[in-house]
Design a protein around this ligand. Structure first.
Ligand SMILES: C[S@@+](CC[C@H](N)C(=O)[O-])C[C@H]1O[C@@H](n2cnc3c(N)ncnc32)[C@H](O)[C@@H]1O
Length: 462
């Protein structure tokens, strides 16, 4: 049967594909269905038709899968934050593990590698230490909000509808941040709505209030509030900072980032401190890290500790090794390995992260880590030291092929590859598998209710 765009079909979902979409086959032709799970019986409309596959969205749920649960969040299915809340957590982990294993087999053509059950997130709600809520002059209405006259369409502060830049829900509460974050969000909403300065229009690029970013320190249960505006106007933002710090003693930092850029990124070209400290501090294991509004820090603090424990275990350090930490960010892995290695050399592109890494070493009295700022493909060969172990934690796109070549030339005894993308993990391991045996892989779940999964692979030189 030929599948056409806009066609309506009744389907039985047989599997979950990469990206978290349900998969159904019609005479062998693949149809990816948004928000569907295996064993759902659904009526769908085809939204996109390509040569080898089509995409569809559900227009009627005929018989829901027994895998479905009632999601605790009212925005589930509409909010881009969590796409899998309607699957119970064990099922999410099952599909994440399978996805890593299948990527290795199908993309990397690497067979027989044990892929362990994922290390679960200690908390599956309230786990995110950083949230970004967008302001908008257009509110995206939930089905139960349609037609209610008391609801103003011209204001929203919240999370985006999946894959959109301009559709913002007026999110009352987000369950993946700690509870106090929702109280703060409520106060900020009330203040902005009553303010005489307009919210930012995501299409017009006019307006003042742009984003609210909240950061939480797990170790000290303290908060940073970062208000992002399109212009500097202290009189408009200071009363909000005063009100928040007076009401919530756990808010120890309020800053105002100012950005005139059109891009929807909550990073300012300048920053004003409105109340308290310019940073918050958090801990991973015994180490303390200073986090400013724009620093990179893993968003699931407890998950990061588990991830780094596995990195340390796979590195098999005895105290005599030189370790390279490639793509080291703010040096968190280097620092967590520092007590078990002779020395650690981190390489990172973002200069501000390297500066943070150096400060974090000082803060923790660590003297055996050093950091090089630059593009790894340009500076790896020039380090002039041969490492015993390389930890490689690249961004989603994986390693540049010049980096792969240099890693093979340097040839450390052991490699620990940390990845947030099973597809590029498999591709990169395939490029080094003639020289390195992949011994085992442990997925670590840092992002419950999403299909994202981190993995740590242990490799030994053949
Ligand atoms: C997944 S993060 C790793 C962060 C760190 N290992 C951690 O656990 O916090 C990837 C890092 O690679 C850096 N990066 C991206 N491309 C790079 C390149 N070509 N050379 C060096 N660093 C790069 C990014 O700035 C980012 O900090």
């Amino acid at each position: 049967m030929a599948v056409r765009k806009k066609q309506e079909l009744e389907l039985e979902i047989s599997d979950i594909a990469f990206g978290g979409k349900g998969l159904a086959k019609v005479d062998g032709f693949a149809i990816f269905v948004d928000q569907a799970v295996p064993s759902d019986r659904v009526r769908v409309r085809i939204t996109r038709k390509k040569k080898n596959y089509a995409e569809a969205r559900i227009i009627e749920m005929i018989a829901p899968s027994p895998l479905r649960i009632d999601p605790p969040c009212r925005y589930s299915g509409y909010c881009g934050g969590c796409k899998w809340q309607f699957l119970d957590y064990d099922t999410q982990l099952h599909y994440k593990q399978r996805h890593v294993a299948e990527s290795l087999e199908h993309i990397g053509l690497i067979e027989g590698v044990p892929v362990h059950a994922p290390v679960p997130s200690e908390k599956i709600f309230g786990y995110r230490n950083k949230m970004e809520f967008s302001c908008s002059d257009r509110r995206w209405l939930m089905p139960d909000e349609l037609g209610r006259e008391e609801i103003s369409m011209g204001f929203a502060i919240g999370l985006h509808v999946p894959g959109t830049f301009h559709k913002v829900l007026d999110t009352e509460a987000c369950l993946i941040q700690p509870e106090l974050g929702n109280a703060i969000l409520g106060d900020v909403r009330e203040y902005i709505r009553a303010s005489d300065r307009p919210v930012y229009g995501l299409r017009t690029h006019e307006g003042f209030w742009r984003f609210l970013m909240l950061r939480h320190s797990v170790a000290y249960d303290q908060w940073m509030v970062n208000i992002i505006t399109s212009a500097e106007d202290r009189a408009a933002v200071q009363p909000l900072a005063d009100r928040l710090t007076e009401k919530y003693p756990d808010i120890i930092s309020v800053v105002n980032n100012i950005t005139a850029r059109k891009a929807g990124i909550a990073v300012g070209e300048s920053e004003i401190r409105l109340a308290g400290a310019p940073v918050i501090r958090d801990k991973i294991g015994p180490y303390e890290f200073e986090i400013s509004a724009n620093s990179f820090f893993q968003t699931n603090t407890r998950g990061a500790a588990r991830l780094y424990d596995i990195v340390k275990q796979y590195a098999e350090l005895t105290g005599n090794e030189t370790v390279f930490d490639l793509y080291c960010g703010t040096g968190t892995i280097s620092i967590c390995l520092s007590d078990a290695a002779r020395d650690v050399i981190g390489i990172e592109l973002a200069e501000s992260s390297v500066a943070d890494a150096r400060k974090n070493c000082e803060r923790n009295n660590i003297s055996n880590c050093r950091f090089i700022s630059g593009d790894i493909k340009d500076c790896l060969e020039g380090v002039g030291v041969t490492p015993d172990v390389m930890v490689i934690d690249p961004p989603r796109v994986g390693m540049h092929k010049d980096v792969v070549r240099q890693v093979l030339e340097i040839g450390p005894e052991r490699i620990v590859y940390v990845s947030c993308n099973p597809a590029t993990l498999a591709r990169d391991l395939a490029m080094i598998k003639d020289a390195y045996q992949v011994l085992e892989v442990t997925p670590v779940d840092m992002f419950p209710h999403t299909w994202h999964i981190e993995s740590v692979a242990k490799l030994r030189k053949k």
